[in-house]
Design a protein around this ligand. Structure first.
Ligand code: PMP
Ligand code: GLN
Length: 380
């Protein structure tokens, strides 16, 4: 058949996880924790199932969960969404992103994407008939920065949407208030919408705060804000997240959502709503992951891998050019096969395959897993 996505193959995450399994390598490639979630969360799912919460929930999500999400956003970022009309529960952030794009992007519309970009963005835009206009982040001593003047220059009369992601996968960079000010200057007076991927909102380090779009009323008014419980609660396989957006945007989102998934599994919505009553699990995440980041960075200190800044997410990027001049995907395969540690080539996050000699490691792992990986990486 005529492919709708001729450029698309199997994702780099699937490929590297398969290679890691085949070679029995430590898998620091695909981003997921190798430890369990809080047993109380599992008990809460079981309790929900036992109590009969097993049929379709409302299309928009279980009200208790939407209320819990709205409360949390208000407490953390000061924006008061109406749980009834402005929060929708989704089957993970991936669905939220695809549905948000589909509800506002049509043939010929342009979407500005900042690269490197999470791999679902470009295919989702292509499926909607839209055209991605990519602006690459610039890597300097301070790490990866968004060149906002280039974003401004990329805006045209066809620009429908600008996508941002902070904390950022794969670079681990975070946006600061000055970035959101620059973005506000670009969109002010236009009808451009924003899609803010904030799935790593609770993984920001060194005392910095997550700069949610929800802290900026001017931006919130035109934004779809996406997050994922998979990241926050160490359950990436649960595929449950949400989108928060003003009522008019949420109404359009829901038109697509109801024919996309209709609704998201009931017991987990109730379990998460119950579990969210205690903010401690997500408030502890920065400290929890910063310790792992620091352990991993310290262990690479005496290697020839050059550590790039890692202010947020559970990813650490390194420049390996002092070690090898192989292209990134070949180097990642070599590292997996010969050294026994899998990583992700950052080139996979660029439409043009830009290759800067940088790979991404995931440090959401048990200390023992990180130690094993570090012993191997110290032999490179
Ligand atoms: N956006 C980014 C930046 C991600 O890293 C991920 C997870 N890899 C997602 C979206 C998708 O999240 P989910 O698993 O909830 O679909
Ligand atoms: N978000 C994960 C990562 O960046 C992978 C998600 C996936 O496998 N699609 O590693």
């Amino acid at each position: 058949i005529q492919s709708k996505l001729p450029q698309v193959g199997t994702t780099i995450f699937t490929l590297m996880s398969a290679l890691a399994a085949e070679k029995k390598a430590v898998n620091l490639g695909q981003g997921f924790p190798d430890f369990s979630c809080d047993p109380a969360l599992i008990t809460a799912v079981s309790d929900a199932m036992q109590s009969g919460l097993n049929q379709y929930p409302l299309m928009t999500g279980a009200p208790v969960l939407r209320v819990a999400i709205a409360k949390k956003i208000a407490m953390l970022y000061g924006h008061h969404y109406d749980a009834q009309n402005e929060i929708t529960v989704t089957a993970g952030a991936t669905q939220a992103l695809l549905t948000a794009i589909h509800c506002c992007v049509g043939p010929g519309d342009e979407v500005i994407v900042i690269e490197p970009a999470f791999d679902s963005y470009l295919p989702a835009i292509a499926l909607a008939g839209g055209k991605a206009v990519c602006v690459q982040m610039e890597l300097g001593n301070a790490g990866y920065l968004v060149p906002w003047e280039k974003v401004a220059a990329a805006v045209s009369s066809r620009t429908r949407l600008i996508m941002i992601n902070s904390p950022h996968n794969p670079t681990g960079s975070v946006l600061h208030p000055r970035d959101l000010q620059a973005l506000a200057d670009i969109v002010r007076g236009t009808d451009i919408l924003l899609l803010s991927d904030e799935v790593y909102e609770h993984m920001v380090y060194d005392g910095m705060q997550h700069e949610s779009v929800c802290r900026h009323p001017e931006l919130t008014a035109r934004a779809f804000v996406v997050s994922s419980f998979g990241k926050t609660y160490h359950v990436t396989g649960w595929k449950i997240g949400y989108v928060a957006a003003p009522a008019a945007l949420s109404a359009e989102f829901r038109k697509v959502h109801q024919y996309n998934v209709f609704s998201v599994n009931t017991p987990m919505q109730h379990a998460i709503a119950h579990y969210m009553g205690d903010p401690q699990p997500y408030l502890e995440l920065p400290r929890f992951y910063q310790r792992k980041r620091d352990l991993f960075r310290a262990g690479l200190q005496n290697t020839r891998f050059k550590l790039l800044p890692a202010d947020g997410t559970y990813f650490q990027c390194v420049d390996y050019r002092a070690i090898s001049d192989l292209p990134e995907s070949e180097f990642a395969q070599w590292l997996t096969t010969e050294i026994g540690v899998a990583a992700i080539p950052v080139s996979a996050f660029y439409a043009d395959g830009k290759d800067a000699g940088v790979i991404r490691f995931c440090f959401a792992k048990q200390d023992q897993t990180l130690q094993t990986a570090l012993e191997r990486l110290n032999k490179v």
